[in-house]
Design a protein around this ligand. Structure first.
Ligand code: CP
Ligand code: NVA
Length: 303
């Protein structure tokens, strides 16, 4: 049984199979085909943080594939202390074919996965956002034809999204540069582990914007203060101000460079309207692709 608590749990072949499954299901969907591959299957989602894309893309995905979904807040699920986590996981896992969890704690998702008895998908934790990174790899492949050898520069915070993208980069052999203030870089231990596991991993961290973006295929950013970091918003706003993705920053990259953002965006902070709504932006294609990736993932996990 496969889990997706982090991309590191998958093999490169698994990742490629999920991307291929998503590609096939998106093509079929665009041709008007919604194959009932998961008829009668149940997906249960337990979310501790808000979500537009993750929740709704999984709900649409399982519905298109002939299954159904249920949704619980962590309080509804009794994870606020009403019941032991292992008991909740065991009970919900006996009703559902797969579970999606969105939590603060990565460990909570991993602990849940140990007891659920069915596939558990990480729908975002403070540490990881694997479904987003898979979707982003899918989107880059869709736009550029291939992802191998491309250069993605993540301008901003070394957060959950950046962490999962760095893992995807090592696995799919694209170059990943985190460009932002040193205090907000990714843990060197994560990059060292990835380099040890994937000999060709090209993972760089720098504070130097012009040097990072001058040969970028993709400039990616995300909010400066993630969910749960609201009290640090002012401090982060100051630290990240030189790293706003605006027209001047995009002008330092090649003309064909594209812009990506996982959304939700704080317009006027990490990205300006002119970039997010401009011709180089893939943000809304990424958001749409969350559903196709969710389908590909569910079909692969429950095959
Ligand atoms: N990108 C993403 O995960 O969006 P939501 O927080 O709206 O699910
Ligand atoms: N880094 C952001 C991603 C939201 C999808 C957060 O954790 O809030």
């Amino acid at each position: 049984m496969n889990q997706l608590t982090s991309l590191s749990e998958l093999t490169v072949a698994d990742v490629k199979a999920i991307l291929a499954s998503a590609r096939e299901l998106k093509d079929r969907f665009l041709a008007g085909d919604r194959p009932p591959l998961l008829r009668g299957r149940v997906l249960t989602m337990i979310f501790e943080k808000p979500s537009l894309r993750t929740r709704n893309s999984f709900e649409a995905a399982i519905t298109h594939l002939g299954g159904g979904s249920t949704f619980l807040s962590t309080k509804d699920a009794g994870l606020d202390g009403r019941e032991a986590l292992a008991d909740v996981a065991r009970v919900l896992g006996s009703y559902a074919d797969a579970l999606v969890l969105r939590t603060f704690s990565q460990k909570l998702i991993e602990e849940f996965a140990r007891h659920a008895g069915c596939p558990v998908i990480n729908g975002l934790s403070d540490e990881r956002h694997p479904c987003q990174a898979l979707t982003d790899a899918f989107t880059v492949q869709e736009v550029f034809g291939d992802i191998r050898g491309r250069k993605l520069v993540f301008v901003g915070d070394g957060n959950n999204v950046a962490r999962s993208l760095s893992i995807a980069a090592a696995m799919l052999e694209f170059s990943f540069t985190l460009c932002g203030p040193r205090d907000y870089w990714l843990e060197e231990s994560l990059l060292a582990d990835l380099r040890a596991k994937h000999a060709d991993a090209d993972l760089v961290q720098t504070e130097d914007v012009p040097a990072a973006v001058c040969d970028a295929d993709v400039i990616y950013t995300d909010v400066w203060a993630s969910m749960g970091q609201e009290s640090e918003a002012d401090q982060r706003k100051n630290a990240f101000a030189p790293y706003q993705v605006n027209a001047a920053l995009m002008a330092q990259a090649p003309i064909e460079c594209r812009f990506m953002h996982d959304l939700p965006a704080k317009r006027g902070l990490e990205v300006t309207d002119e970039v997010l709504d401009g011709p180089q932006s893939l943000a809304f294609q990424q958001a749409e692709n969350r559903m196709h990736l969710a389908k590909g993932l569910l079909a692969w996990l429950l095959r």
